[in-house]
Write a protein that binds this ligand. Sequence first.
Ligand code: C2E
Ligand code: CA
Ligand code: CA
Length: 566
Amino acid sequence: MLIEELSSPKYSNDHYLLQFLEATFNNTDNGIILTDENLKIIAINQAFTLITGYSYNDIKDQTPRILKSGKHDLSHYKKMWQEITRFGFWQGVMVNKNKAGEQYTEWLTIKAIKDKEGNIFRYIGIMYNLSLFEEKQKTINFLKSCDSATSLLNRSAIVDYLAGLDKETKQQLFLSVIDIDHFYFINERYGTATGDLALKEIAKNLNRLTLPNEKLARISADKFLLVGQFEDQHKLALRLASLKNKVSKNYFINSYSIDINLSLGIELGKNELNDVSTLLRNAEQALTQGRKISYGLVHFFESSQNSLTLEEINLARELSHAFDNQQMELYYQPKASLVTGQIFSSEALIRWNHPQHGVIAPDKFIPLAERYGLIHRLGHWVLEEACEQLNRWKKTTFSNFKIAVNMSLQQLMDVRFLDSLKQVLKKYNIVKGLEIELTESVLLSQEKNGLRILEEIAGMGIQLNIDDFGTGYSNLSYLRKMPVKFLKIDRSFITEIIDNTSDQMIVRSIIAIGHNLGMQVIAEGVETQQHCAWLKSNQCDFIQGYLLTRPLPITRFEEWIGNQQI
Ligand code: C2E
Ligand code: CA
Ligand code: CA
């Protein structure tokens, strides 16, 4: 309908039409301004107030010049008015100024309205706020790249991002597919609404652990992709294992208690320089490779050339079940004082009683456990077993006996470690008697967190020993700060101690360092009386080794101790 027709008497009494017009006038996003022939403002709509900040009272009797921003020169307005006079109409971009003095860009349409005689008696201006449009466009682009359920990037957005990276960046790139184990089961058991909430929570946690220069996306129903730069594959593996452990936990959703576990597959950019889809496929393949061994692993992609031997894969798979199948056992090896000859402590050493291969030594399966994220389970099992033994000994002649367990750095850095340690101590009511042996790598890790964790452990009444001392690069000033009671000299220095003068020098130095730091020193791998005599004459405090006995299963160990005391 043309506005000219509206002014005819035919419509002047049509109330419905007037109501309709008023509603339209006030419910459009376009700002509308009506002036008389002298440009005096006689009406505005609500959108105009929203765009400019001016209410009707602010500007009635003013002219639209009040909106002038000074952005356009005189010729711009001149041209505009020429067109309005000639064609009754102008359209174009105009930069104006709102009540607060801020500029905004609008798409403006001005129409001149003529009376029956052909004289202009009204001007109507319709403005569309382009600044708003830009904002909207940004939102639209954002929504296009966003996964609506989790507000993370979606698959196509992350693929675009990866495709846009330069070659150098891609060479230092890691892609980690993060998959929720058995998610279909969560949906099935608790319903999809609960599943969706779980997904949101997991996304939130993952997002919190994503570093500023990394990107996290949801790439399918229960799969996320984390991409970023890495320097050192080992450190990356530790970081991702810790991320996995932090997010894998019990969630309380819709009053259900739901156990969430994650598996990660990782591909590194250096393997494939350009092709994003190959990188992605390999990361997903890594996930599948890992799951063939066990769920809950952090697994790096292995191409068929350097893939694990079938034997290793089988062993790793069996290892993941060995704890539940009662195939693990702790052997005990005594430690003796060179001063008093007394034996009051032992080291617990894990053995795997494999149904086909017999007893497997830890050197064979601990690296496998570390590689496949099973070390936490292993460590927990050892702790529990050792504490249960301490508890059993409480009412016997062994009540003052101690057990040292070995811990790798990876175990210690696991966020769940302190909690599970506390739990086990509480469960078996252990306040003394537990020792932890840590290798020097703990001293190397500069993480401030490391010292705090050690202090907490010492605070629980657990004695800390540094294992394999002399093989790493110890930071002595750091060592001084640590709540460590014992240094254990690595076996490699003891083997030839009688003939090798440089080993002798090293061992003397270690004993001196230990004593100067107020610690006691123990030598491991003591196999002969000569070893023992040399160490004793050089003020070593304790020994451990085949000279006393090989590590023994618990009943034989108790028998052995019993025989010593006769
Ligand atoms: P480690 O902590 O240095 O343990 C000492 C190793 O030396 C043990 O080997 C022990 O059996 C062996 N040994 C003891 N006395 C002698 C000796 O006189 N001569 C010789 N030649 N060897 C001797 P094992 O039990 O095979 O353990 C090897 C390594 O596996 C351990 O080295 C430790 O790093 C790791 N390990 C063992 N049990 C655990 C565990 O429960 N948790 C973790 N994280 N690591 C463990
Ligand atoms: Ca040890
Ligand atoms: Ca050792």
